[in-house]
Design a protein around this ligand. Structure first.
Ligand SMILES: [Zn+2]
Length: 146
């Protein structure tokens, strides 16, 4: 089942509205998918994020930053242009989580990569180098243009 973003934005939640606590997102995001998918789970999160990023047809980095802010995914900024590095603060997935010795934001990395593929019209890989899961105060993605 696939819905457009306009279809997904419509709801009949008259008294509850559009907002959902970030905890609910995280409960869904951190469901134990590894049990069913094994170690491929993180790659699947990345690929799903990438597909979403491509499907949204975001046409500039400014639009990407704005989208993240409007939907309260995170606050994003470019910290380096060559090589391209994108830092995000207040990440919906990991902000405030403990250091678990590994990065957590595969979905976000894929999302950024998918958006950048449209913007740059090139194949792109985003690797998370900083994350709350690694003990950092922000997430940072190193962008490789393939
Ligand atoms: Zn992160």
């Amino acid at each position: 089942m696939k819905f457009s973003i306009d279809e997904l934005a419509k709801n009949n939640r008259g008294s509850l509205g559009n907002d959902v606590d970030v905890t609910v997102f995280r409960l869904i995001r951190f469901m134990d998918l590894e049990r069913y998918l094994g170690k491929a789970a993180n790659n699947i999160f990345y690929e799903c994020g990438k597909t979403l990023g491509r499907d949204l047809n975001i046409n500039s980095i400014d639009e990407l930053v704005k989208f993240c802010k409007v939907y309260k995914i995170c606050r994003a900024e470019i910290v380096s242009e060559d090589p391209l590095r994108i830092r995000i603060y207040e990440c919906i997935t990991c902000s405030g989580l403990p250091n678990v010795g590994e990065p957590l934001c595969y979905f976000e990395g894929g999302f950024i990569a998918g958006c950048l593929e449209n913007i740059l019209n090139k194949r792109v890989r985003a690797k998370e180098t900083h994350c709350a899961g690694l003990g950092n105060e922000f997430c940072e993605f190193e962008i490789k243009i393939l």
